[in-house]
Design a protein around this ligand. Structure first.
Ligand code: UTP
Length: 293
């Protein structure tokens, strides 16, 4: 069966971006002129996803408003002849994918957020897409689509991983690889959430795209809290890997972590350098700045 459902967990507190995220959802932070969550939804659409469930929480209304119409704004843009902006605004509402919402009452961890999508998923294999990790889609095949392509061959759960600098492994879920079945597709011995740098089984870190079979929900249902007292998705995946194959897909493209300040700035610059309205001026500015640094 075709993978056609995606979950976007967006109920976290975004503490790494305070004070910006005190009232504004982290997922609404803009990369130049587009909120992070819109990039994620566009990647889902480009990957053939038809139904998206966004798991939100308190203070996250702006996400729903973003994908809704804004008649006052649209009328004004029409009246003032700003047809380009009008089209841009209407396209967000008229995405061609269904977007649903549910709320996570307490930010009890990613595993708990995902469990709230059980009835939405309704027994199908599905993808999870985190707003923290950002595929600028310079690659022809979006990261989510690459996982779906693997699944079409293996029918197994597949998690996206990427090589990160060794000193940074403690920020991620990390895999212990166990040989590969294709150039980019590895068997996994173990999935470990945020290991200490000297205990990490590899430098292959989980980035925010997961393709999972629905059996994950039976595991999440009975799971105990893990690291930080939160329900960790990585722990549930590690348990599932003991009864059915879970592969790791090594992503070789460019993926940015916008969940931290440095990564957010880097992503904004990278996107600014390909955005038609900003690329020339920004390139010039960076060159000038480089001489002074
Ligand atoms: P993070 O831990 O990166 O997000 O969770 P956060 O909690 O928003 O950020 P910081 O660490 O406080 O700065 C990864 C993803 O899982 C979602 C987050 O919204 C984010 O997209 N998440 C996390 C939930 O939906 N619910 C949770 O309880 C925890």
């Amino acid at each position: 069966m075709k993978v056609r459902k995606a979950i976007i967990p967006a109920a976290g507190l975004g503490t790494r971006f305070l004070p910006a995220t005190k009232a504004l959802p982290k997922e609404m932070l803009p990369i130049v002129d587009k909120p992070v969550i819109q990039f994620i939804v566009e990647e889902a659409k480009a990957s053939g996803i038809e139904d998206i469930l966004i798991v939100t929480g308190k203070n996250k209304r702006a996400i729903e408003n973003h994908f809704d119409s804004n008649p006052e704004l649209e009328q004004d843009l029409e009246k003032t002849g700003k047809s380009g902006l009008l089209k841009l605004t209407q396209e967000i509402t008229d995405l061609g994918v269904n977007v649903y919402y549910t709320r996570q009452p307490y930010p009890a961890g990613l595993g708990d957020a995902v469990y709230r999508a059980r009835s939405f998923v309704a027994g199908e294999s599905f993808v999870i897409m985190l707003g923290d990790d950002f595929d600028l889609m310079k690659d022809k095949v979006p990261l989510t689509k690459q996982l779906i392509n693997d699944y079409d061959k293996t029918h197994a759960s597949t998690i996206a991983v990427m090589k990160v600098p060794h000193k940074e492994v403690s920020k991620y879920g990390v895999i212990a690889p166990d040989g590969n079945i294709a150039p980019d597709l590895y068997n996994v011995k173990k999935f470990v959430e945020k290991p200490a740098v000297d205990k990490a089984p590899s430098d292959l870190a989980i980035i925010g795209r997961y393709l999972l079979t629905p059996e994950i929900f039976d595991i999440l249902e009975h799971q105990k809290p893990g690291r930080g007292g939160e329900f960790q998705l990585t722990d549930a995946i590690d348990t599932m890997n003991k009864t059915q194959r879970v592969f790791a897909h090594v992503f070789k493209g460019e993926c940015f972590d916008v969940g931290n300040k440095e990564g957010y700035l880097e992503t904004s610059i990278q996107y600014g350098l390909i955005h038609p309205e900003t690329r020339d001026a920004l390139r010039k500015y960076i060159k000038e700045l480089g001489k002074k640094l």
